[in-house]
Write a protein that binds this ligand. Structure first.
Ligand SMILES: NC(=O)c1ccc[n+]([C@@H]2O[C@H](COP(=O)([O-])OP(=O)(O)OC[C@H]3O[C@@H](n4cnc5c(N)ncnc54)[C@H](OP(=O)(O)O)[C@@H]3O)[C@@H](O)[C@H]2O)c1
Length: 250
């Protein structure tokens, strides 16, 4: 039996392609699920889908998650109706436009704020709450792109790399407290974020990645590459000497 059977879950960025599939796994475990995102209508559609798939209850919370001013209230609003939270999944993010971000610092900062700064705010509030209760599980979706800066997407990569280091430190701080923090590093996933890219065999489905996320949470893993082959691929990519790396067009 899954340790998440019947638990209270908060999904941040619940309309994301990956998050919707994560929600379906938790719905099949009869969880109560709070869904946060910035589009109420789409959140209501996701909530109805999750109830039809077995969710015990759903709650829709509309918020611009990139705005830290709303975060404390948002988490309180998610926890109050269920008298607490057992786990949270942070799934929102933007790919951004690398070329725009190279030309315009404001575009770069928007990517960094959405994917890292605002996420750091939510992570801080959530783990402090879990720490005070001596239990809780947080999974955060990073990316393999955070493992090495590349010319084609280093602003997005930097936001995910910063998230990776932040989460490493949080895990170090919380070791032995009963609070579990999982960093999820997917490779290419077939979702609206990658709709503009040609699909190759390197793409995984959102449902495969979602199953891997919940399995990693169930096993209490600190870091998980999804699918697993990306852990081998990124070990190679991280270790290519810079002189050779500069000759690669990736
Ligand atoms: N797809 C991939 O290949 C891939 C690979 C590695 C990692 N990831 C990561 O996986 C996570 C989920 O992405 P996805 O692939 O499922 O893409 P997606 O379907 O495009 O989902 C992105 C989600 O983030 C939400 N979002 C963005 N900014 C927001 C804000 N300020 N406030 C509230 N919600 C906001 C979007 O909401 P709206 O619908 O309202 O815009 C959307 O629901 C992201 O962190 C992404 O970086 C994806």
């Amino acid at each position: 039996m899954s340790p998440f059977e019947g638990k209270r879950i908060l999904i941040l960025g619940a309309t994301s392609g990956i998050a919707q599939e994560v929600g379906r796994v938790f719905a099949s475990l009869h969880c109560s699920i709070a869904l946060a995102g910035r589009n109420r209508e789409r959140l209501e559609t996701v909530a109805a889908d999750l109830r039809a798939r077995g969710a015990q209850a759903t709650l829709v919370l509309e918020a611009d998650l990139a705005d830290p001013a709303s975060h404390a209230q948002l988490i309180e609003s998610a926890a109050r109706p269920y008298a607490g939270l057992d786990a949270a999944v942070l799934a929102y993010g933007v790919l951004g436009d690398q070329k725009k971000a190279e030309a315009d610092p404001a575009a770069a900062l928007e990517i960094l704020n959405t994917n890292f700064t605002s996420a750091a705010s939510l992570i801080t509030l959530l783990v402090n709450r879990f720490e005070s209760e001596g239990k809780g599980h947080l999974a955060v979706i990073g990316s393999v792109a955070g493992d090495r800066g590349r010319k084609s997407n280093y602003v997005y990569g930097a936001s995910k790399g910063a998230l990776d280091i932040f989460l490493q430190g949080v895990r170090h701080r919380l070791a032995g407290t009963g609070v579990c923090v999982t960093t999820v590093k997917p490779g290419f996933v077939d979702t609206p974020m990658t709709a503009h890219l040609p699909k190759t065999p390197m793409f995984a489905s959102a449902s495969t990645v979602a199953a891997g996320i919940v399995e990693a949470m169930e096993k209490g893993k600190g870091v998980v590459y999804l699918p697993f082959k990306w852990s081998l691929i990124m070990t190679i990519i991280r270790n290519i000497p810079e002189a050779i790396f500069h000759k690669l067009n990736i």
